[in-house]
Design a protein around this ligand. Structure first.
Ligand SMILES: [Zn+2]
Length: 235
């Protein structure tokens, strides 16, 4: 089982670990700060250093309770090796800003229209979110953008906490993603943005909304009668 450092501290950029498994070019460590793709947030990239050699991490994914680091070439690494992991921090921090921004935007849209979000894909430069709603127009988007930016400029602290399953289900607003009923999870990870928003979430976030900058909604696409896709950037 890999200890997932990013779940409790998303600002760890470098860490020491031990290799526990190697299958082809996929390496498991006893702990990691590399975020595996999930929840619309792409995986981290970076490198693993061992005995003066450098191994490039090109993608990261979950596998049961382990995290698999895909290397370009794992030749030269052995189980038991002590390694240092180094994240591509510029990429990770861009994705953290995007993820926190996405929560703020989806909260505004849910409060204003009742629209649940049905999926999202975060990117370093541009992100998109899908909402289950019949109609959005440019005027509405401008008001979402303005309200989201007003929330961001309040410099809200973003806090990660953990809640037992029973307690979590007493707060229905924790689960805003449509059609996803979280099963068999005994403890939920909760991401709170000041008193503004609270969500059950596995992703990495900034510490304070002051890091985000400003949201700019760049495009709107019709993805069906009751599905609208919004694109946004941070400026
Ligand atoms: Zn999230």
């Amino acid at each position: 089982m890999t200890e997932k450092i990013y779940l409790t501290d998303s600002y760890v950029k470098e860490f020491d670990a031990t290799v526990t498994e190697i299958t082809g070019n996929f390496v498991v460590l006893n702990k990691t700060a590399f975020y595996p793709s999930g929840g619309g947030q792409p995986s981290d990239t970076g490198k693993i250093l061992c005995n003066g050699k450098e191994f490039e991490v090109i993608s990261v994914k979950n596998s049961g309770e382990n995290v698999l680091h895909e290397l370009i070439n794992a030749e030269g690494l052995s189980v038991g090796d002590k390694v240092k992991g180094i994240l591509n921090w510029e990429r990770r921090h861009a994705l953290m800003k995007m993820h926190s921004a996405a929560h703020i935007l989806s909260k505004i849209i849910f409060s204003e229209t009742g629209a649940l979000f049905t999926g999202n894909q975060l990117g370093e430069k541009e992100s998109r979110m899908d909402f289950s709603v019949k109609e959005f127009d440019r005027e509405l988007l401008n008001s979402f953008e303005e309200k989201a930016n007003n929330a961001i400029t309040q410099n809200l602290n973003v806090i990660v906490s953990f809640l037992e399953r029973d307690e979590a289900f007493e707060i229905p607003e924790l689960f805003r993603l449509k059609n996803v009923l979280p099963k068999e999870i005994p403890v939920f990870r909760i991401v709170s943005i000041g008193n503004f928003d609270v969500q059950a979430d596995g992703g990495t976030h900034v510490k304070n909304t002051s890091e985000i900058g400003r949201i700019k909604i760049t495009n709107l696409k019709n993805k069906g009668a009751e599905n609208k896709r919004i694109y946004f950037e941070l400026i």
